[in-house]
Write a protein that binds this ligand. Structure first.
Ligand code: TYD
Length: 147
């Protein structure tokens, strides 16, 4: 999977099939569970930044942009939400609803997040530091980039 993934990192060439759900090891204990994400093992990049979305009002949507280089791994640390991926040609919606399963998003993919359940927490592991230059926030511009 990782070899295939590395060939397709150029944002112009990526498509929604380069994105996938990845199972995270679950250490089950009677007193509670632990899931662990490791750089280069669970996910094919090194985490530089972690952020999380929470207190998203009912009916609200997030995202509405693509990234030129950023790779992300998105987990529902709590609750559930939907992520719709769009490579300029095809769209696919994933329901993210387990703390032991995450969605890998490669560069060059437009995403919308919606349908947040009450109290949900969207945990994002990101491959680079935050920079606004990496964002494409205009859908028409995104379509141009993908040509
Ligand atoms: P954005 O990524 O557009 O949010 P979403 O995709 O969830 O709708 O981020 C919203 C704002 O938050 C952005 O304009 C600046 C700030 N922000 C940071 O300062 N650092 C970060 O790492 C992130 C992700 C956002």
């Amino acid at each position: 999977m990782i070899t295939h993934y590395l060939k397709n990192l150029q944002m112009k060439k990526t498509n929604i099939y380069d994105c996938s759900m990845i199972e995270i090891d679950k250490h089950h204990h009677e007193k509670g569970n632990i899931s662990v994400v490791e750089n280069g093992k669970t996910i094919p990049f090194n985490v530089k930044r972690v952020y999380y979305l929470y207190d998203v009002p009912g009916g609200e949507s997030r995202g509405g942009h693509a990234h030129k280089e950023l790779q992300q791994f998105i987990v529902a640390a709590s609750g559930s939400f939907d992520v719709t991926l769009d490579d300029g040609i095809l769209k696919r919606t994933f329901t993210i609803n387990r703390p032991y399963r995450g969605l890998l998003i490669v560069p060059g993919i437009w995403r919308e997040l919606d349908n947040f359940s009450s109290g949900s927490v969207c945990l994002v592991l990101a491959s680079t530091e935050y920079t606004e230059d990496d964002y494409i926030r205009d859908y028409n511009m995104f379509k141009e980039y993908k040509k």
